[in-house]
Write a protein that binds this ligand. Structure first.
Ligand code: BGC
Ligand code: BGC
Length: 823
């Protein structure tokens, strides 16, 4: 094999700026015996075996036989990915898969190696892919608790539940510092301020991995990952996977504190982030991954990529990306079947010297070092480890008690007029709102499913909803509790507790363009006001993954509690808001905001800012008996929303993040060529003003067909709707339709959903062969039933008949001529 040493060199300037980053002093020290063992292991590996260590496929895309044949260094299950694709997989199913993968990895009959593989999972608030597991409050709630000792307990319990399923490694903690709460991952961060990270990151790493020299990576512990390195919480506009433009000093001071704490406590892996820093994708940044993290800071574990994150480096695809290894990525997270071409390409690139052998050896050394430190060569196989298969650990009472305590400590009391809280449980209590008896909603994203959607209470055996806790306490105290999601009652209650807030979301889907709660649909506010109008005092319990602009809801509430995303132990809420039967305080409020609470929907404000004043500052949180500060007269004018720029969807080409999808009958295909025929549909590019700047679309009428611009994540288009925008298409009709034609918005994965408008009449009146404009108002698309807050496809054109038309420009913008539909 060819050996090259063409490592990029550090120039003086970067050497200087590297000084911003400290040299780590990790509690896990280099051990000569470990190093010797790693060296010996490495010396026995062929190139193919080394590359296999660097590839991490996903359980949906490999078989046990693939593991036997290739001997992957690790594998993962993504959010909402289960053994046998079964959401209700049992603990035994999880252990069986772990065991089978492990045995295949140490079976050398096909690949010639006996290196144990390891399984990584997103246990980000408890072992959240597993039915019956204890789900702890999401990090935003734990941040409000300001209690590192509690965090360590949470992490320890998580580690034990993960070990019960035979899994070795978790992709946690997220040590992001969120600076713009429109980011859909805000709740995965403990705080907007780095201060908490200093103590939290080390506490959680200790809780997961154990303490070096004591119980480090013993049979109760799992390998941890600090993620996503670095700057994920500071992207422009709070865009998921966006660009962080901070100076290097700021990047360190704000976004890197969790790495200092987490790596010093001995975290063995770091996940590279999807985001860019100053325009460069971190997955491709030799400076950040190699010069800063490894050379300067001295991190000696390995860097794992994020979900095909390498494919986003300019010049790379998911299948082909030597750039990432050369930048310093040690392990490619390669879900999707593209792991295979990636594997073969990396082998070729190492052979040809595109990736130096020294780099491959360094990557594999790091991976093996962690495996040796974790005792993977000595531990029994997954099924035979002490905690494996112990179903009593999943959702164990001891773990649920920690979670319930965490819930109590995380609640933040924002308003408490006339000291209405705590409530005496001996009263007649109405409990209302969509969140009242909804464990899925109170758990948020990364709960059984990736986005946290599609769950029922029965998917959380052993859990309690917020209603369950209130009902139990009120009943025990001789009071009366009544549940009505709609806030209806027969006998007037003494008090109403309304539980409402955000519906679950995770990455991408949770991004907003402003923080107004229930923008365009104030149904919860209406309920609060209706109850107040009947003379019933109202206590609001607000479930959310971030602070939101809720001035109107605050005005309509006597008390208002930020409950964040408490997870499966909803009864922790009743513990705090209700007194003991004798009227004395049961548990006082403890939580303090770890995020500033906004005073306007478009406010971006963080602790220490001098140009913006939040409604409630970082650190705010009332205790019982303290004076209430918020009146009932907060400003409810959302202000003139900043003009939303037009959104160009097509101009010479379809604009990112959209891709063109062709549907015919029940099948679909992504457009991949300039001229493409798919079933009843054909699309081709042609020159209008410049080369290939327009498209010709023709439907042959043989079956129902549609063309759609679609993205993996939905976009919130309510701002465009508020400004009276329309979907505007510049088109030329070449052949008039023979059946109705529909234009409008579509749903994820081409699923049929309301949001299409019949445009046959306009087309039938249009002159053939002339360029013209057609507009459909978003108010009409919304009226047709489209959820404008979550649009996957902002352009869908559909017909069952024949039609030929060309288009040259498509956008969302204001067309004063467009017909609108009254709401
Ligand atoms: C997320 C990571 C996660 C990974 C595996 C990615 O999309 O950004 O946080 O660990 O998927 O599920
Ligand atoms: C996976 C997640 C992952 C995401 C990335 C999903 O299918 O289950 O774990 O983060 O894709 O896009």
């Amino acid at each position: 094999m060819k050996e090259t040493t063409s490592q990029p060199t550090t120039d003086n300037q970067t050497a200087e700026s590297t000084q911003i980053w400290p040299v780590l002093n990790p509690e896990v020290k280099a051990d000569p015996q470990v190093e010797q063992k790693v060296k010996d292991l490495l010396a026995e590996l062929t190139l193919e075996q080394k590359i296999a260590q660097m590839i991490q496929p996903e359980i949906r895309d490999i078989t046990i036989e693939d593991m036997r044949k290739y001997g992957f260094g690790s594998y993962l299950n993504g959010g909402g990915s289960f053994p046998n694709g079964d959401k209700h997989a049992t603990v035994k199913d999880w252990v069986d898969l772990a065991e089978a993968m492990y045995q295949a990895s140490v079976d050398d009959s096909l690949d010639g190696t006996r290196i144990p593989t390891m399984w990584g999972t997103d246990a980000v608030h408890g072992h959240n892919n597993v039915i019956g597991a204890t789900l702890f409050p999401h990090n935003i709630g734990l941040g409000a608790a300001h209690n590192p000792a509690l965090i360590e307990q949470v992490a320890g319990a998580t580690a034990r539940e993960v070990m019960a399923t035979g899994i070795d490694w978790v992709f946690a903690p997220t040590v992001a510092v969120t600076r713009d709460d429109r980011w859909g991952r805000t709740y995965e961060a403990y705080s907007e301020d780095p201060e908490i990270l200093a103590s939290y990151a080390s506490a959680i790493v200790r809780g997961l991995q154990g303490t070096p020299g004591k119980d480090f990576l013993n049979e109760q512990r799992v390998i941890s990952t600090v993620k996503h390195f670095v700057g994920d919480g500071g992207t422009e506009g709070g865009d998921d996977q966006g660009n962080n433009t901070a100076s290097e000093q700021e990047l360190f001071d704000i976004h890197a504190q969790g790495y200092v704490g987490g790596l010093n406590a001995g975290s063995q892996s770091v996940m590279a982030s999807f985001n860019s820093w100053q325009g460069e994708k971190i997955h491709g940044s030799h400076y950040m991954l190699t010069q800063v993290l490894k050379e300067r800071m001295g991190f000696d574990g390995f860097v794992v990529g994020d979900w095909n994150g390498h494919g986003q480096i300019p010049g790379c695809t998911n299948e082909d990306c030597p750039q990432a290894a050369n930048a310093g990525l040690d392990m490619y997270m390669a879900p999707t079947p593209t792991w295979k071409p990636l594997y073969y390409n990396l082998i070729e690139q190492a052979k040809s010297g595109v990736i130096p052998m020294t780099r491959i050896d360094d990557a594999v050394t790091r991976i093996l070092r962690v495996k040796v430190r974790a005792g993977l060569f000595d531990k029994p196989s997954p099924a035979n480890r002490p905690l494996s298969g112990d179903t009593s650990l999943i959702g164990a009472k001891e773990h649920r008690d920690i979670a319930r305590d965490a819930v109590r400590q995380s609640l933040v009391l924002l308003k408490n007029k006339n000291n209405i809280l705590p409530l005496n449980p001996g009263q007649k209590v109405l409990v209302a709102g969509t969140g009242a008896d909804n464990i899925g909603q109170q758990s948020g994203g990364w709960s059984i499913t990736w986005q946290g959607t599609g769950n029922e209470n029965s998917d959380f055996p052993g859990a309690s909803s917020i209603w369950d806790g209130i009902n139990a306490a009120v009943t025990a105290a001789g009071g009366q509790a009544e549940l009505s999601v709609q806030g209806e009652f027969e006998q007037k209650p003494d008090v109403a507790i309304v539980v409402f807030g955000e519906q679950p979301y995770a990455e991408g889907n949770g991004d907003l363009d402003n923080l107004e709660y229930q923008r365009g649909d104030k149904s919860d506010l209406a309920m609060l006001q209706a109850l107040k109008a009947k003379g019933i005092p109202v206590v609001s319990l607000f479930i959310s993954g971030r602070p939101m602009w809720v001035n109107a809801e605050l005005n309509a509430s006597d008390a208002f509690v930020a409950v964040w995303l408490p997870g499966t132990e909803g009864q922790g809420v009743a513990d705090v808001i209700l007194t003991k039967a004798d009227g004395s305080v049961n548990f006082d409020f403890h939580g303090k905001l770890s995020f500033s609470w906004p005073d306007r929907p478009d406010q971006v404000v963080n602790r220490g800012d001098t140009d913006e004043t939040p409604l409630l500052p970082y650190g705010f949180g009332l205790r019982y008996g303290q004076d209430n500060t918020l009146g009932d007269d907060l400003n409810t004018d959302s202000g003139t929303t900043a003009t939303v720029a037009q959104l160009v969807l097509f101009d010479r080409a379809v604009k990112a993040p959209y891709e063109v999808e062709l549907h015919s009958g029940d099948s679909k295909q992504q457009q991949s060529a300039n001229v493409q025929t798919f079933g009843a549909l054909s699309v081709s590019s042609f020159d209008l003003n410049v080369q290939e700047d327009a498209r010709l679309v023709s439907f042959d009428g043989s079956e129902s067909a549609k063309i759609a611009f679609i993205s993996a994540f939905p976009k919130d288009l309510r701002g465009y709707w508020e400004q009276g925008a329309s979907l505007i298409v510049n088109y030329r009709l070449d052949q008039a339709p023979t059946a109705p034609v529909y234009l409008g918005f579509g749903c994820d994965h081409g699923v049929e959903c309301p949001g299409l408008i019949d445009i046959s009449e306009q087309l039938n009146q249009a002159s053939i062969g002339e360029w013209q404009t057609l507009s459909v108002s978003l108010s009409c698309i919304g009226k047709a039933g489209s959820n404008l807050g979550q649009v996957f496809s902002p352009f869908t054109l559909k017909t069952d008949g024949k039609l030929t038309l060309a288009f040259s420009h498509i956008e969302l913008g204001v067309d004063a001529q467009a017909n609108t539909c009254d709401q």
